[in-house]
Design a protein around this ligand. Sequence first.
Ligand code: DGL
Length: 277
Amino acid sequence: MGRLGGMDSRAIGIFDSGFGGLTIVRALVDLVPNESLVYLGDSARYPYGSRPSSEVISFSHQIAQYLVSAYDIKMMIVACNTASAVALDSLTQRFRVPVVGVIGPGARSAIRASQSGRLGVIGTVGTIASGAYQNAIGSIDPSIELTCAACPGFVEFVEAGETDSEQVMVLAARLLHPVSSAKVDTLLLGCTHYPFLARTIQNVVGRDVVLVSSAEETAFEVKEILEKTSLSAPIEAKGEYLFLTTGDPERFQELGHRLLGPELNGAKKVDLTGDKR
Ligand code: DGL
């Protein structure tokens, strides 16, 4: 298959609690423009990061089942660290399509980027408390000196479209203090919403710290799996994009367009509340 592409034109399903997974969509649109994508942002129920893990697991299974049944997706990307941290194993067991999370790719990119071995990871309360990054990084390189910090409030600012305000700056200065004082040389943005706050985060930690997101590495992993499993779309195909939200579709379109770019030019409302699948 490889460079010639394949025959499978079905879409790849991607989900997140809201706009964060659009950072993964951006990387996929650029790396595999022949693949069609269907994205679901669960805006009506964000943030996931402060919810009990049982609830995040249940939402993730509900969304995954919906994408499989309604769109016959050929692969699933859990474009949310909080959901990847707690639901990836059970999703992989339950669904027959390949399921890709963002924790492994994020951990690999950050370790590769760090020169000093002093690494910071920031994420939601749920992600940091799950220990998923601590385990993933420790199992790749136990010599890494890891400093983790939860950043409650960051996701809410992004969902409100407020990525560059004085208030975010003040919050960031307080929450990022532990990673700054640990003198990390690399900071992994362990929440898919955080790349939208990159400018603020960079201002706070300083220009010498390399910010790493899991988006590119996740997209590379997706490409590799598509090729290995013969699930790639024809190389000459032009990917089509569908955006779904459990929240207000007009708002999703308006802010999503600003965050992702011209590929997001419409959004459709889905109601999962009565969906028992
Ligand atoms: N983008 C999600 C993540 O990567 C944010 C979770 C939330 O809604 O709190 O963790």
